[in-house]
Design a protein around this ligand. Sequence first.
Ligand SMILES: Nc1ncnc2c1ncn2[C@@H]1O[C@H](COP(=O)(O)OP(=O)(O)O)[C@@H](O)[C@H]1O
Ligand SMILES: O=C(CO)[C@@H](O)[C@H](O)COP(=O)(O)O
Length: 481
Amino acid sequence: MSAAEGPLVVGVDTSTQSTKALVVDVSTGRVVASGQAPHTVTSGAGRESDPRQWYDALCEALRQCGEPAREAAAVSIGGQQHGLVTLDERGEPVRPALLWNDVRSAPQARRLTEELGGAKVWADRTGSVPTASFTVTKWAWLAENEPESVRATRAVRLPHDYLTERLTGQGTTDRGDVSGTGWWASATETYDAGILEHVGLDPALLPRVVRPGEVAGTVRDSHDLPFSKGTLVAPGTGDNAAAALGLGLLPGAPVLSLGTSGTVYAVSRRRPADPTGTVAGFADAHGDWLPLACTLNCTLAVDKLASLLGLDREAVEPVSNLTFLPFLDGERTPNLPHASGVLHGLRHDTTPGQLLQAAYDGAVHALLGALDLVLDEDADRSVPLLLIGGGARGTAWQQTVRRLSGRPVQVPEAKELVALGAAAQAAGLLTGEDPAAVARRWNTARGPVLDAVDRDDETLARISGVLSDAAPLLERSPEAH
Ligand SMILES: Nc1ncnc2c1ncn2[C@@H]1O[C@H](COP(=O)(O)OP(=O)(O)O)[C@@H](O)[C@H]1O
Ligand SMILES: O=C(CO)[C@@H](O)[C@H](O)COP(=O)(O)O
């Protein structure tokens, strides 16, 4: 491998299942070194992770990067959105973080929506109608269920803020990630004092929102990290906003990400405000907007079915009359937090491979249904759908998206677009360039385009039919019987 041509930067993706770090050459975009370390997430009623584990995973991922990480001139952290991190007066977690896919705050989401004027008011005010994923509902859940934790809290952070602060010693966030809290007014781009007061959260506990292109801080003394004191730290952002940067996304280009969460999004110049709540009106990390829909059940649900069936995840067979709604974790799109998986159409001649294909179909159906709402009305529908996330490596995922979308599908060769986006943000601090332009210069979206095939409308209609017929079942938790 040849020596780096330019300065080096580090981009980090601290997502649900693991932390990944890349050392990238600013001149060429070449990934010089990489590392990855897993996280654990609780199972059962809630989804929690200890933030200290994210830091340990960051240190391990950087250790795997070796010497090049020591040469980095700037670093940036992208991370799973929405998680509620509560810190005490020493900066230690009061309790494990409540993650984006923890649905226990569904009653608080419903209640807050009603108490503050309904879905349209929330959408106009914050860009989004809060579901159980949003940080504000988790804070309300904590206040109701663990008031002692709330009393002990001296700082409230998102996952990427937590790691950034471990680097700099300063409490900061950015417009992309803060737009997923539910307490940031997207119309004014400031914390919403009324919402904070309503949920009893002192604004003094919140981080400073760093502007795009601004330095969040510099690395302080640290024995665990390879960085020199004074290394520049970029604002970082939520993982979806980081991937948008990492793709150098221009308005109108749709992305479908297949990871622990499934997401569909596009950059838009218009501030989103969807009163149905399907589309979250996030800000992006660079001054535009990122309308996005997210499902809770994506790669993990399909992998669970493959493992229950004892199949390789690629061992699918064509399906005709079998429908699986893969809502193993409850669901957010559609908003059915208490739902569980539903199977319809099982016969004596159903094969395991058909069951597995039905799981892929169910997961992709939910995402594609939201795609039209995410895109501006004038968006060009022949533009390829960019397929990213761990699942994008899988042939069964690629073919399912192709068949059910009827669109051309482009699969970037670059594997870690969140970490690359973070790296592009760090590079932008050094060169003064727009990070999305850095990513375009690096040609990160390069990859094969799979031609469009005829859309499988029959399967889409069948799944929509089962979804609507199963509505009463999906509203209630199986544990409630
Ligand atoms: N070759 C592959 N084919 C299909 N799916 C894959 C492949 N490699 C990884 N995955 C899926 O990718 C998921 C992890 O994706 P990733 O985007 O890294 O998740 P997250 O960012 O949510 O932690 C795993 O759950 C796994 O199912
Ligand atoms: O909640 C959302 C978006 O609103 C999720 O997309 C999380 O940001 C988690 O991302 P992954 O770990 O699946 O990448």
